[in-house]
Design a protein around this ligand. Structure first.
Ligand code: DC
Length: 335
């Protein structure tokens, strides 16, 4: 069983407005949660004391919600509370993630749900950004956008087509023609290049270094940043990268900058590679990390750096869970 919450407001206490608002609210809950009427167990309403002209439960029955148990109750009068408000809790069978619905003036009750939430996570390779961002996304029920995958896809295209990535004009041509799409399958990011899922192919050490290289070109960054902003404007998401807080979303309210020593980061990447059956030595990995750090921090356009208003977290001696908790706590404090 799952419980779905929702609320709405009316502008005047009239039976007609209550009937319409209840119908609108329940309709939105059903649509957003893809509910089957047969799976609704009960619908419980509460309303503020300034609503006296009609029972929301009666309005629900009239709107066709007649096969489940319906109930209305009166809320205590709380100073400063939202006026003319109808709240609801819908109990349904199943355990899919509940999508709560707050509409009209009631949107202000749950800004965490009703407004688009963007979280920027920047930091060098191996600082834990992607592992932590994926978990934060899962817990907050938002998307995880791996912006590095976009630069990697371009680098992979250069490798695959055997193009000279050192030639600016060649890379410009490829960038202009790049057929790159980011999609989500079961909540997981899928990177599509020319329609093909390249999510796994873009993770090789060669592509890592090359992604860092091609990301120094300003025309490359312009293209990727536009795509990232387009996604972030439409969707609540946590984005990880190098320049999210400084350049992609400078006005973002939640910014984090993860760090760890190069040795700790190299050890993490070395262990990951080994677990996947890779053959890189620790020295190879440390070299690659240092090369990428240098390239990412010293490029002319949007180099890797902590935004002045970002919260810095040194993850060297922290567990993944500790970092996730610290980020979620900081966000919840400010929502
Ligand atoms: O996060 P990652 O390791 O997948 O990123 C690969 C490279 O892409 C990284 O070395 C630099 C570049 N990059 C970038 O310049 N800006 C971003 N927002 C993300 C990645």
């Amino acid at each position: 069983m799952k419980a779905i919450r929702g609320a709405t407001t009316v502008t005047a206490d009239t039976p007609q407005q209550i009937r319409e608002s209840v119908k609108e609210l329940l309709g939105a809950i059903v649509a957003k949660n893809k509910l089957d009427f047969d799976n609704i167990i009960c619908i419980m309403f509460s309303n503020t004391a300034d609503i006296k002209s009609y029972y929301p439960a009666k309005a629900a029955r009239e709107a066709g919600y007649s096969s489940c148990a319906l109930y209305s109750s009166l809320e205590p009068e709380i100073e400063g509370a939202l006026k003319l408000c109808i709240r609801v809790m819908v109990l349904v069978e199943g355990n899919a993630h509940p999508e709560h619905v707050y509409i009209n003036e009631a949107k202000s009750l749950r800004k965490d749900i009703t407004s688009i939430l963007n979280i920027a996570v920047d930091g060098p390779a191996g600082s834990g950004k992607s592992t932590v961002s994926k978990l934060v996304a899962e817990r907050l029920g938002i998307l995880y956008l791996d912006t590095g995958a976009m630069y990697r896809a371009l680098a992979y295209k250069c490798v695959k087509d055997n193009k000279d990535y050192g030639d600016k004009d060649v890379v410009k041509h490829i960038t202009n023609k790049l057929n790159l799409k980011i999609q989500y399958k079961d909540g997981k990011q899928v990177t599509l290049l020319d329609g093909e899922d390249v999510s796994e192919f873009i993770r090789t050490p060669q592509v890592s270094l090359l992604a860092s290289y091609v990301s120094t070109y300003s025309f490359v960054r312009q293209k990727m940043v536009a795509l990232q902003r387009e996604i972030a404007q439409k969707t609540s998401c946590i984005l990880d990268g190098r320049d999210i807080g400084t350049n992609v979303l400078p006005g973002c309210k939640f910014k984090f900058y993860l760090t760890a020593s190069a040795e700790v980061r190299a050890t993490r990447r070395f262990e990951e590679d080994k677990a996947k059956g890779g053959r890189q030595t620790y020295e190879d990995v440390l070299y690659e990390i240092n090369e990428r750090d240098f390239q990412d921090k010293n490029r002319a356009v949007a180099p890797l750096k902590k935004a002045a208003d970002a919260v810095e977290i040194d993850t060297s001696d922290m567990s993944i869970e500790e970092v996730v908790q610290e980020i979620i706590t900081k966000i919840q404090e400010q929502i």
